[in-house]
Structure formats: structure tokens, C-alpha cells
Design a protein around this ligand. Structure first.
Ligand code: AMP
Length: 422
């Protein structure tokens, strides 16, 4: 029986890898020009990291995290997101000693045991940024603008940016009570999941995707009314800065996001091009997280975005990213193969051009067909007769012109040709 891949995981074939690499390169450059430095953390971590950071009442930790007891007796987990590992590494490596505000970005796989569907996988990839050290609204504005601009720059259409503020831990607690009071009269209309959340984490009910519940929460009291003066001020300034940067946004009082660690600003970027899984990225401020993980008390702001959803929204053509075949070497016979290998080696490694040859010992005609199919700029023909005379034929495919050159001078011809091009 053939062994198949695990449900909810996906192979990236050669064409997809070309598109991914192109997008990854653009992302690396985008983050670098904003002054963010890359961090790569392990895929496995102690489960406790996520229990503590994300909250054990969240679906991610409660139901979706891949965790197991290791032989050592430790509970380990495949990371379901990358903020917690980034902050763990920040603390462990005392990065706060390096500079006052540390700006980091990441790109890598994450794992959640969700019900697979379009735009929702069990192994997926996230990119994101975390700026640790600034409590100021200009930091919020910078990152929110980055998250919007990155999609805009890549050409994703029908974008919308949703913004909210959930206040401090105390504000959230105060609002939870008010929300519970409001929801009490609808308790019998709520789903089983929402009734459970009502007891443990009522703010999560605001994330509901059920139409009937959306109706109910539309009329719910607003968390924005619970913000104190400082919190209101912070939110106002974030909006002022975003307006100045011409970033369009809409405030939605019910955007609380699934993770417990957010304080003050939260936001999401969506596109209507993706159907039901329309969230491209989400993030916000998490002023208590560094301290909760044993670091010094430090404010922070970040976002996490799905790579798969970005690539779905882009719908790229992998052909455009193909490196064109410069030379195809046709070789017939043992000596010709020997020389073809040598010429391939010197053209690739000394000149850095894309050179291919046949490895199936196909006929001359079939090799010429391959060269045509690959749109080769030049063909080098090493037939038995040429090899006997110690020469090769160099043919320019666009014009059909060809000439003979001694075998040991062939690479010199391309040296001139390709260095002149540069
Ligand atoms: P979150 O960490 O839940 O805030 O997710 C941030 C972003 O990651 C989302 O907006 C999605 O683009 C992406 N994402 C989250 N979960 C999945 C998943 N299971 N499959 C694919 N993308 C996901």
C-alpha cells in the first residue's frame, strides 16, 4: 500500500516552490527595509510555553495543539504560532540588552489540528513581525501600516483593515462582566461552544461565525466604551497616524481575536477574494506577554500572517519565475557524454549560467526536441563525428546560425557571450 501524506498537510511541488521563494524573497526585503531582523526558532517547544502565552481556554491550546509526552517526561508541542517562541527566544537571549526596541520578523511552519478546508491546513506557514520595547502608538501604526502595505505592494485586491482596542487586562475583565450581563438574556439562543465560552472566556463569543450569534453581538455593549482615558487616547493616536499614512481602516468594536494575550490595539487584514477564510493576517499589542514569560516588563506589538492565504490571493504564474535555459548540450556516445559533463560543469560553475544535458541517452532527434521545448538559447552538439574531430557545434537557436569550435575552447565562447550581456 502506498503511504500518503497526513490530512491537512500539503506538498509544495517545484512550480509552487518557485512562487513561494519569490514571495519569501520579497518579504525578506520588505522587512529588512523596515529595520526588522529575521529570527528562526525551533519547531518544537515545551507545551507550557503555549499554555501560558495563548491561554488554556483557547481552541488553539485546548483542542488544536499537537503535543505529546517526550521520553524525558516533558510535554512538548509543535508550535501552533510563532509569537510565543519569538518572545521566549527574546527573553532567553537577553535581546533587551542589545537595544531599547527590538524589531524581529519570522517566516516558518506552524501546526494546528483544525478541520482542514480551503485556506485552513494542519501544517501551514506564517510570517510576521514582533517589535518589543515600545509602548507608543507610532509603533502600532508602523506595524499595522506594514501589514496592509505588504499585501498592497504584492497586488492583493479587495483588502480591508479592521481595527479595535480591547484595553488593558483590567478593562477586559470589566467588559467581560458587562458582556455577560448582556448575553444572559440570550443564553438559550447561544450554541453549545458559546455557552461554554460564556462561563470561561465570554469575549471569545464576539469571534463567532454563526449568523444568529452575529445578530446578537451586533447589539452588544461596546468594549470601546470601557476604555479609560489613556487607552482612548492611545487608540485615537493610532487612528490619527494611520490616516496620515493613508491607510484605510474600519473600527469594529467586536474584533477581539482568538488569542488571550492582546491588550489595547487589535487588528486584522482581510480580502474578499478568499471566500470564507478571508483573514490574511491579524495582530495587535501584547503588553503583558514578555513579563508573563519571565522577562522584564516590556510592551510589544506584532502581527502574524498566513503564507498559504497570501499565495492563494496572489495566484502567481510559476513560469515567470523560471530561470531560462541558456545552453542545452546534445551528446551522443560515451566520449560525447564525458565531454558534455565537463562543459556543463565549467559553464555552470565558472559562468553561473543554466546548462542542461540529456541523462536518458535519448536519440539525437529527441535531444533536439528537448532543447526546443526548454527554449534553450544555444545548443552545443557533441555527436560521434564531432568528437572524433575534437570539436563541438555551437548553434544559436533564434537564428539557426551555427559554427564549430575546438572542444577545449567552447566555454570561452560563452564567457564572451555572457559577460558581454552583463
Ligand atoms: P492567528 O495566529 O490565528 O491569528 O492566525 C494568523 C493568520 O495565520 C491567519 O490570518 C491566517 O492567515 C493564518 N492561519 C491561521 N491558521 C491557519 C490554518 N490552519 N491554515 C492556514 N492558515 C492559517
Amino acid at each position: 500500500m502506498k503511504i500518503k501524506s497526513i490530512k491537512g498537510t500539503h506538498d509544495l511541488g517545484p512550480d509552487e516552490c518557485k512562487n513561494w521563494r519569490q514571495v519569501e524573497n520579497i518579504l525578506h526585503n520588505f522587512f529588512e527595509i523596515h529595520g526588522y531582523n529575521e529570527i528562526r526558532t525551533p519547531i518544537i517547544e515545551k507545551s507550557d510555553l503555549f499554555n501560558r502565552v495563548i491561554g488554556d481556554q483557547t481552541d488553539i491550546v485546548n483542542k488544536e495543539m499537537y503535543s505529546w509526552i517526550d521520553h524525558s517526561g516533558d510535554s512538548l508541542a509543535l508550535r501552533p504560532e510563532l509569537t510565543a517562541p519569538t518572545v521566549r527566544s527574546f527573553i532567553q537571549n537577553s535581546m533587551d540588552k542589545l537595544r531599547k526596541v527590538n524589531k524581529l520578523y519570522y517566516i516558518g511552519p506552524a501546526f494546528r489540528r483544525e478541520r482542514p478546508q480551503k485556506g485552513r491546513q494542519r501544517q501551514f506557514h506564517q510570517f510576521g513581525v514582533e517589535a518589543i520595547g515600545s509602548e507608543n502608538p507610532e509603533q502600532d501604526a508602523e506595524i499595522i501600516a506594514m501589514s496592509y502595505n505588504v499585501y498592497n505592494m504584492l497586488g492583493v485586491e479587495n483588502l480591508s483593515l479592521i481595527l479595535n482596542s480591547v484595553g488593558s487586562k483590567q478593562t477586559k475583565a470589566k467588559y467581560s462582566k458587562i458582556l455577560k450581563q448582556y448575553l444572559t438574556k440570550y443564553i438559550n439562543d447561544l450554541s453549545r461552544v458559546s455557552r461554554e465560552r460564556f462561563e470561561k472566556n465570554p469575549l471569545r463569543i464576539l469571534d463567532t461565525k454563526i449568523d444568529k450569534e452575529i445578530e446578537i453581538i451586533r447589539e452588544a455593549p461596546s468594549i470601546l466604551e470601557c476604555l479609560d482615558e489613556n487607552e482612548k487616547n492611545h487608540f485615537k493616536k493610532v487612528q490619527r497616524y494611520l490616516n496620515k499614512l493613508n491607510i484605510p481602516f474600519k473600527v469594529d468594536k467586536n474584533l477581539v481575536r482568538g488569542l488571550d494575550y492582546y491588550t489595547l490595539t487589535t487588528f486584522e487584514v482581510r480580502t474578499s477574494n478568499l471566500g470564507s477564510q478571508d483573514a490574511l493576517c491579524g495582530g495587535g499589542r501584547y503588553n503583558n506577554l514578555v513579563e508573563n514569560l519571565g522577562g522584564n516588563s516590556m510592551p510589544a506589538f506584532g502581527f502574524a500572517a498566513g503564507m498559504e492565504r497570501l499565495l492563494m490571493a496572489l495566484n502567481l504564474d510559476s513560469q515567470e519565475n523560471e530561470i531560462k535555459t541558456s545552453v542545452f548540450i546534445i551528446s551522443v556516445g560515451e566520449e560525447a557524454i564525458l565531454n558534455a559533463l565537463k562543459i556543463c560543469d565549467s559553464l555552470r560553475n565558472q559562468l553561473g549560467i543554466k546548462v542542461l544535458m540529456d541523462f536518458s541517452r535519448a536519440s539525437f532527434k529527441s535531444q533536439m526536441r528537448q532543447a526546443n521545448k526548454l527554449n534553450s538559447e544555444y545548443v552545443i552538439i557533441l555527436g560521434e563525428e564531432e568528437i572524433e574531430r575534437n570539436v563541438g557545434v555551437i548553434k544559436t537557436m533564434s537564428s539557426g546560425e551555427q559554427f564549430e569550435a575546438p572542444l577545449d575552447t567552447i566555454h570561452k565562447h560563452f564567457d564572451v557571450e555572457f559577460n558581454e550581456d552583463k
